[in-house]
Design a protein around this ligand. Structure first.
Ligand code: FCB
Length: 451
């Protein structure tokens, strides 16, 4: 079961979660609804009507969960803060909500675990949703104030901050494709939301610099590697568009202070002038960051398809033998290529893999074990790609496995298990899967070589 992977001395092994996916206690401690609470109540939006009401009950079990993380031998924990716990109503700060995260951070500190905190992992307060959500430019100002509040209360103990998790999902998947809250299907809205999310990232960055805190702040993007199905000019052009849609629409404004011309043209032909982008916005968005977080799960292969509503891009399904339970193709080589590409085309700031992992239909055996060998192979393959990037001189500082434990997988509810720790949702019992034991061995070996 042991592995020959080797990483630089200060390399961080971590595990990741997000608030809505694990906390539960959605109406406790002064929290009000987020847009995900309301979305889950709409029939047909989530698998079997699942909600985050209880989830992994982490709100009550956080101490036990932190102990589990410590036992895994990792050095860092990435989690997110639920905005509606901090500001349950317009202008109302909720000390009880903040206390929960203070206790969590204290607990991590006691066990020498470094927190990496995501400010926004999709659970927008419903009161902001009522104001138009990310379509309302003012929401970026509210985000700036929320960020300032988090930094004021936690900034001394937390030195790694992620403004947003996957703005592509919070905009395109949520306002364009309609699969995530608030479930709209309007491409003008999707682009507006994406812009305001990026703008709000700029607000949080500004708040961080103004705070005088000396830690690190960055953003996490879900990036993919895109391949044309053939070398025909049409397929190659489709791959360029798909890359623009997934990657460049976010990387270019952040690192080049501009939206990609080719995509602007395509989008404007479809949704009209993007006049919600105002003078000065791109300077604000592209202020220097300390690191970039990359979430990587799969690659895509695309072909030209005039009937496709995605700007003429058709996605070619992968072979079922090489897929995870999400239907995502396992392709570790693409993680290597993606990291290389980001480093060569966009930035030399440090990179982190802030999420990588796999869902499989795990079975709790009679002996109480979960033999998830496919997940081990997935993680090992991707870590080998990360190791290779570092050997080539790449500045990758850490790897956060998604996820610490099985949890609420958004529209898929509890039907997909990404955890290295199994959660029995009837009893809330946690059981280490074989992958957790494998990761523990790797992280422990890594750590003990340090001393
Ligand atoms: C990412 C999300 C995370 C989880 C994984 C599987 O897109 O950031 O919350 O759902 O996918």
């Amino acid at each position: 079961m042991s592995s020959s992977l080797r990483f630089p001395k200060n390399f961080i092994f971590g595990v990741a979660t997000s608030a809505y996916q694990i906390e539960g206690a959605t109406s406790e401690g002064g929290r009000t609804d987020s847009i995900w609470d309301t979305f889950c109540r709409v029939p047909g939006k989530t698998h079997s009507g699942h909600t985050g009401d209880i989830a992994c009950d982490h709100y009550h079990r956080y101490a036990e969960d932190v102990q589990t993380i410590a036992d895994l031998g990792v050095s860092s924990y990435r989690f997110s803060i639920a905005w509606p716990r901090i500001f349950p109503e317009k202008g109302k700060f909720n000390a009880e909500g903040m206390d929960f995260y203070k206790r969590l951070v204290d607990e991590l500190e006691k066990r020498q675990l470094k927190p990496a905190v995501t400010m926004y992992h999709w659970d927008l307060p419903e009161w902001l949703g009522q104001m138009g959500g990310w379509l309302n430019r003012d929401v970026s100002k509210y985000f700036g104030e929320y960020a300032e509040t988090l930094l004021h209360h936690l900034g001394v103990q937390v030195d790694t901050w992620i403004t947003h998790n996957e703005p592509w999902c919070a905009s395109f998947l949520s306002y364009g494709i309609g699969e995530h809250a608030p479930g709209h299907t309007d491409w003008r809205e999707a682009l507006t939301a994406a812009h305001h999310l990026l703008l709000s990232h700029g607000e949080a960055l500004q708040a961080y610099r103004a705070s005088g805190l000396g830690g690190n702040i960055g953003i996490t993007l879900n990036l993919g590697a895109v391949y044309p199905a053939s070398s025909s000019p049409e397929d190659v052009a489709a791959a360029r568009t798909a890359d623009g849609f997934t990657n460049r629409w976010f990387l270019d404004p952040l690192f080049r202070a501009q939206y990609p011309e080719d995509m602007l043209e395509k989008f404007e032909a479809r949704v009209g002038r993007v006049d919600f982008i105002r003078d000065g916005d791109l300077q604000h968005i592209s202020a220097p960051m300390d690191f970039l977080g990359v979430n990587y799960y799969t690659r895509s292969v695309v072909k030209a398809d005039v009937t496709s509503e995605f700007l003429g891009v058709g996605y070619v399904p992968s072979s079922p033998d090489s897929q995870t339970d999400m239907g995502w193709e396992v392709h570790p080589e693409s993680l290597y290529r993606l990291l290389k590409r980001v480093a060569s085309e966009y930035t030399d700031i440090p990179l982190y893999v802030t999420e990588n992992g796999a869902a499989y239909a795990d079975v709790l055996e009679d002996d109480g074990q979960i033999h998830d060998t496919a997940r081990i192979a997935y993680v090992e393959g991707h870590l080998a790609a990360a190791e290779r990037f570092i050997e080539d001189g790449g500045d990758l500082r850490g790897y956060y496995l998604w996820s610490l434990m099985d949890n609420f997988e958004w529209a898929y509810g509890y039907s997909k298990r990404f955890g290295i720790v199994y959660v029995d949702y009837d009893t809330q019992k946690r059981v280490l899967k074989d992958s957790a034991k494998w990761y523990r061995e790797l992280a422990t070996k890594h750590r003990t070589q340090l001393v």
